[in-house]
Design a protein. Structure first.
Ligand code: ZN
Length: 411
């Protein structure tokens, strides 16, 4: 083995049976082992167990008194953007709503205007800084969406920046085409023309250049309809792009149901979820992804995580890192909000922020838990007894070291 993490106070494997996701009651079990070791070979987990079975003869990292859990999998971000939007933040404090700001050409359209003016190099520079920021806070896999371009040229530009980012930061990155993020002002009277541009130009070109893994649509009141969403995700499927949908943030939009019906990998946001949406998700392969810091920042109602898990669903947690509704990619804070505001148990939140996030990116065979054969993506915390202290000290940075693909960051 290349490296052994020894004397780990508590190891959270999250899964140990090769599960691709956990649902309902299963989420309460984050598969703890006390006084443990983990061995790494060629960037992968090569072995693990309790200290009485620990082999000798490799480089050692002593983790005495610390806990170790899988690197966070942040399955929903808008990490690439050209400018912050603190003006809108202050407008909201003064009383304007997110939708009122959007109608005035703020919100996503504000980000789009600035992104269209930015060069690939400028965008890359900002993205590199944010990518290192989240890596140091424990994220080892991240999804990044386009969606601030809103022209063919600028959407592809964003995806190219996301692809280049991988050469600069050791994060595992998945790229999503979100051409249908908002309707630009000059398409207000001809929305079908915009949808046709997504269908006939953005999707084929992004797929042919190998720029996107997934396709996404903002299916909500004031954005795109269920019918438009369905046509876009079906076109994505023709090109081998699985769907991830922005659904039910602002209304009971039908986004959840259209996602489930079309086999979407995930439906994300879900502030507006009731019985009908929960029923649609039951027994489906679609992962609901909850973004609690977006609800926090916009003072919106939190997603009904407790009801969803108690109904037998699995949920994932993601940051939604973006300049408008969540200017943070700190997954420790998502875990804290999930526990404090949505009454998820810490172990449920850990499963949601790792394994279930990996499922929402079709990556559960590769990351999201500490199992032999998976990528060695690990978080080593400050000295602490249990993961419960991560949400408990909700505003404290408690990440000591991060290991990505077997490499210890900072060494
Ligand atoms: Zn989003």
């Amino acid at each position: 083995m290349d490296l052994i993490l020894k004397n780990i106070g508590r190891l959270y494997q999250v899964a140990r049976q090769g599960e691709s996701r956990k649902t309902g009651l299963e989420m309460q079990d984050a598969c703890e082992i006390s006084h443990a070791w983990v061995g790494i070979s060629n960037g992968k987990i090569a072995g693990l167990g309790t200290m009485d079975s620990c082999p000798d003869g490799a480089k050692v990292l002593d983790c005495a008194g610390r806990i170790v859990f899988p690197g966070y999998v942040d399955s929903h971000t808008h990490l690439i953007f050209a400018a912050t939007r603190e003006g809108e933040f202050v407008d909201r404090i003064r009383g304007l709503s997110y939708e009122e700001i959007a109608r005035k050409g703020g919100g996503i359209l504000n980000s789009a205007r600035k992104l269209q003016l930015a060069s690939e190099d400028e965008l890359l520079e900002g993205a590199i800084a944010r990518a290192w920021e989240i890596l140091h806070m424990g994220t080892t896999t991240v999804e990044i969406k386009s969606g601030y371009g809103l022209t063919v040229k600028d959407e592809l530009k964003m995806l190219r920046v996301a692809r280049k980012l991988e050469a600069h930061v050791p994060l595992r990155i998945r790229r999503t085409l979100l051409g249908a993020h908002a309707l630009p002002m000059d398409y207000r009277e001809k929305r079908e023309d915009f949808v046709q541009m997504v269908l006939k130009e953005m999707i084929p070109q992004a797929a042919e250049e190998g720029l996107a893994h997934f396709v996404d649509v903002f299916c909500d009141r004031g954005f795109f309809t269920v019918d438009e969403t369905e046509r876009i995700i079906q076109k994505g499927a023709d090109y081998g792009l699985k769907a991830k949908i922005h659904a039910n943030q602002l209304d009971h939009s039908g986004g959840v149901q259209v996602g489930v019906k079309n086999g979407a990998l995930s439906v994300d946001h879900l502030e507006c979820v009731g019985e009908a949406e929960i029923q649609a998700l039951q027994g489906s392969a679609t992962m609901p992804v909850l973004l609690p810091s977006a609800a926090f920042f916009l003072r919106a109602p939190y997603q009904p995580a407790r009801e969803m898990i108690d109904a037998g669903l699995g949920v994932a947690l993601a940051s939604d890192y973006n300049p408008g509704s969540t200017p943070t990619g700190n997954m420790n804070f998502e875990v804290a909000l999930a526990c404090i505001r949505m009454r998820m148990l810490p172990q449920e939140a850990l499963v949601a922020a790792t394994l279930n996030g990996a499922y929402a990116l079709d990556l559960a065979a590769e990351c999201g838990s500490i199992e032999v054969g998976k990528s060695a993506d690990l978080v080593i915390t400050d000295r602490m007894e249990s993961f419960d202290l991560i949400p408990y000290f909700f505003a404290k940075n408690q990440i000591h070291q991060v290991v990505v693909k077997g490499k210890v960051m900072g060494e």
